[in-house]
Design a protein around this ligand. Structure first.
Ligand code: HEC
Ligand code: HEC
Length: 203
């Protein structure tokens, strides 16, 4: 099982032009080996990542407006230039996000240039709204298959591994603050939280 998952993630990484060596390893702890307490501490680290600006700026609600927040932005505010992603979440109704966020040459080291990744830049689905939400709210949301894209913990971890947006969030450049921990640590925490049975503080 473990090998199949790793091979899958590497194949996808290669397909997207991403060096295989940079992929995280998906190696879940044995069933029953993670206590509720350890699951909850893994969750608290997951929440630090999910609520970090490099993640939450895109994980916004039904107003379809991306956020500008975090130290490099100064004051927290809606995306400048009256950008609205529309219900398409990709700007199809007005101006495609890719107009500015598509990869041309890497501008990611230029402060205040639009971040660019090797896939279509777009908002996360409304069901994955995280901006301004509490740890308990996001915890219940992320373990709910109705709101997490029908994913179990292995699928959540795999998704984190191959999603190029996430590779950017830990290495954003341009004076932006990276998401905390590392992609590998975040994947490990996701697996530990899942093996512990997805505990949330309100259970
Ligand atoms: C550029 C916008 C963007 C950023 C930045 C971003 N995401 Fe996402 N996120 C998305 C999109 C789009 C999806 C839906 C993709 C899909 O379902 O395949 C998504 C889906 C997810 C999901 C799937 C679960 C769900 O509830 O749908 C997880 C987990 C996730 N993102 C984690 C993160 C983390 C962790 C970070 C920061 C390290 C992050 N994202 C940063 C756009 C973003
Ligand atoms: C006209 C160009 C332009 C368009 C179109 C555009 N953006 Fe941006 N975006 C920018 C620039 C420039 C920045 C960086 C500003 C800064 O760092 O001061 C940015 C930053 C962001 C950020 C913050 C990333 C971070 O640092 O955490 C998000 C999220 C974002 N854009 C989402 C979107 C989405 C979603 C769309 C489509 C609906 C979109 N943008 C369309 C120019 C654009």
């Amino acid at each position: 099982m473990k090998h199949v998952l790793i091979a899958g993630a590497l194949a996808l990484g290669a397909q997207m032009g991403f060096a295989a060596g940079e992929n995280a390893v998906i190696d879940p702890p044995a069933e029953g080996s993670v206590s509720r307490e350890d699951g909850l501490s893994a969750w608290s680290r997951i929440y630090e990542v999910a609520s970090h600006p490099r993640c939450s700026n895109c994980h916004v609600g039904a107003d379809n407006i991306p956020m500008w927040s975090g130290p490099s932005y100064g004051k927290t505010r809606p995306h400048g230039m009256a950008i609205n992603a529309g219900e398409s979440r990709i700007g199809a109704e007005t101006l495609l996000c890719a107009t500015c966020h598509a990869v041309r040459e890497s501008l990611n080291d230029v402060p205040h240039a639009a971040p660019q990744v090797a896939m279509d830049w777009q908002l996360a689905p409304v069901e994955a709204e995280w901006f301004g939400k509490s740890s308990v709210e996001i915890c219940n949301q992320l373990r709910d298959p109705e709101r997490n894209g029908g994913r179990g913990f292995l699928e959540l971890a795999e998704h984190l591994d191959h999603d190029l947006i996430l590779h950017w969030a830990w290495n954003p450049g341009g004076g932006r603050e990276a998401a905390p921990y590392s992609l590998q640590e975040h994947v490990n925490d996701m697996l530990a939280w899942g093996v512990a049975g997805f505990p949330c503080e309100n259970d």
